[in-house]
Design a protein. Structure first.
Length: 162
């Protein structure tokens, strides 16, 4: 059960990271007199594309898990949430200050973070059933997840200096 809870939480974050990444790439791909983006335009884009607030379900914290890595993975989720939320909040205010090159670079950094979390860390999960027994395989490499957190931290830091 604990593996299933964690797996769902990580997959949900991967989806949100992917949606935000696509939003940034779509803006970066625009041509012409589109940039710099005004504060009014930034607010309109934000209303259309703002990611949902990240909230780990309360019961994820309440589980007295037998899965020995549960707390480690939950801590990484919390770190992800903090960094990601700060990136999203800062991006809204920094978007009017960004030029095309900065947007493209920002999108590429998100590609790298997405690749670490989704393509490398979460690719080897699975659910199988044998008779009445349900087996969940979920043990992403913590070192890759930590690299993903470090990449998000770098993205946040780059936004802060804009």
């Amino acid at each position: 059960m604990e593996k299933g809870i964690l797996m769902n939480e990580y997959i949900e974050r991967g989806k949100r990271l992917g949606h935000f990444r696509a939003f940034v790439q779509e803006i970066a791909a625009k041509e012409g007199d589109f940039l710099p983006i005004s504060e009014e335009q930034s607010s309109l884009y934000w209303l259309l594309a703002v990611p949902e607030e990240l909230n780990i379900m309360n019961f994820a914290y309440e589980v007295q898990a037998d899965y020995e890595l549960y707390d480690d993975y939950l801590e990484i989720i919390q770190q992800f949430d903090r960094e990601y939320k700060e990136i999203v909040n800062q991006f809204k205010s920094k978007l009017p200050l960004m030029n095309k090159e900065q947007l493209v670079a920002f999108g590429q950094r998100f590609d790298k973070a997405y690749d670490l979390f989704i393509d490398k860390a979460l690719r080897d999960w699975g659910v199988s059933r044998s008779g009445k027994k349900l087996t969940i395989q979920f043990q992403p490499p913590k070192e890759i997840l930590i690299q993903g957190i470090q990449e998000l931290t770098l993205i946040r830091e780059e936004l802060e200096v804009l």
